[in-house]
Design a protein around this ligand. Structure first.
Ligand SMILES: Cc1ncc(C[n+]2csc(CCOP(=O)(O)OP(=O)(O)O)c2C)c(N)n1
Ligand SMILES: [Mg+2]
Length: 369
């Protein structure tokens, strides 16, 4: 196998976690804060869904918090992020206020997409969060195009812009994934394809859908470096992502980063996940990154139990405020819908009767191909 493929080598403690010693404490507490906020947000989103406050589809990051926060910690404000439909946590960790995320889930005018996008289509151009895509893998060619635009506009360098494109394990089997990787490799694009491998595409395990289940190796055909990292370890994820982003910025070399994580619940809020045994569910709960990181911080003397509980309470209060904001916000008005839909005049085609040739522009019949 190519020497381009390696697994991330962090300094770890005997129990397999990244070593916290030598890390400044403030950012670590910040990571815990973000993880706690995402956890509280997602639990409340599930509750609000069952109360019919949220319509359409709704996919949660429960269990994936360390991956989410580690990735966002590596991203600079000038970088662009393209996400999947499982993106609430990414929006929060990128800095979108919880109020605006919850309002979008509620379909309210104060949401990130004016209430028109819902859970799967969070978008914030100022924060360079360019979606939120409901079509599996729909973001991959767009993210690749954004990286192409960057490579046209500016020179590589330590402070250059880069793109991070999140991809579910299931999406690595679509054609556009391979087409995009090929182009990114031959055009030397500043992009990191992050495969968020939560082990399942809906109810189908990776081993049943991918002929190469070690997904970080999927770039080999394009001579693209790949790294696999423990997605339950926020620091390991951060450091691996920072390395890949560096390569994108300074060398204009694309790469794959596979973060192995787990979702604690079903595919979406309405999926009871019956395809999982109780033993498997219990095993995943024992790997839950939130209590793990919490106890790591306490063991390292960075937080005491009381401080950690205060952070959890703060997170819940922030989410309550977000729900209240979403409740109080208006739905986008019908007038807005019509203003948007008919902003561009619809051409009058009534003169083209059935059977009459349509005017398709200049005659191109002499053109071949
Ligand atoms: C083009 C397309 N095909 C099918 C679907 C239905 N669908 C939604 S999510 C999903 C599974 C994707 O799994 P994965 O990429 O692993 O992401 P995860 O949900 O695990 O985050 C499928 C098949 C879709 N939304 N779009
Ligand atoms: Mg998956």
């Amino acid at each position: 196998m190519s020497d381009q493929v390696r697994t991330a080598g962090q300094t770890t403690t005997p129990d397999g976690h990244s070593d916290l010693s030598g890390e400044p404490p403030e950012p670590l507490v910040g990571y815990y804060r973000q993880m706690a906020l995402i956890r509280a947000f997602e639990l409340r989103a599930a509750e609000m869904y069952t109360k019919a406050k949220i319509g359409g589809y709704c996919h949660l990051n429960l269990g994936e918090e360390a991956t989410v926060v580690g990735l966002m910690a590596a991203l600079c404000p000038t970088d662009y992020l393209f996400a999947t439909y499982r993106e609430h946590g990414y929006a929060l960790a990128r800095g979108v206020p919880a109020e605006r995320v919850m309002a979008e889930l509620f379909g309210k005018a104060t949401g990130t997409s004016g209430g028109w996008g819902g859970s799967m289509h969070l978008f914030d151009a100022d924060l360079r969060l360019l979606g939120g895509y409901g079509i599996v893998g729909g973001q991959i060619p767009l993210a690749t195009g954004a990286a192409l635009a960057i490579s046209y506009r500016a020179e590589p360098g330590e402070r250059a812009e880069a793109v991070m494109c999140l991809i579910g394990d299931g999406a690595t089997n679509i054609g556009a994934f391979h087409e995009s990787l090929n182009l990114a490799a031959i055009w030397h694009l500043p992009i990191v394809y992050v495969i968020v491998n939560n082990g399942l595409g809906m109810g189908t395990p990776v081993s049943a859908s991918s002929a190469e289940p070690e997904l970080y190796r999927r770039g080999c055909a394009y001579r693209m470096p790949g790294t696999r990292v423990d997605g339950n370890d926020v620091l390991a994820v951060r450091d691996a992502a920072a390395g890949a982003l560096d390569r994108a910025r300074s060398e204009r070399r694309p790469s794959i980063l596979e973060a192995v994580c787990y979702r604690l619940r079903g595919h979406s809020v309405v999926d009871p996940a019956r395809y999982r045994t109780k033993e498997e569910t219990d095993r995943l709960r024992s790997l839950d990154p939130l209590p793990q990181f919490r106890s790591q911080l306490i063991t390292a003397g960075i937080l005491d139990g009381e401080e950690a509980s205060r952070i959890d309470t703060d997170a819940e209060q922030a989410v309550s405020a977000a729900v209240a904001f979403a409740e109080d916000s208006p739905f986008p008005g019908q007038d807005q819908l019509f203003a948007r839909t008919y902003a561009t005049p619809v051409p009058n085609t009534s003169t083209s009767l059935p059977g009459e040739p349509l005017d398709c522009g200049p005659d191109q019949s002499d053109r071949t191909g």
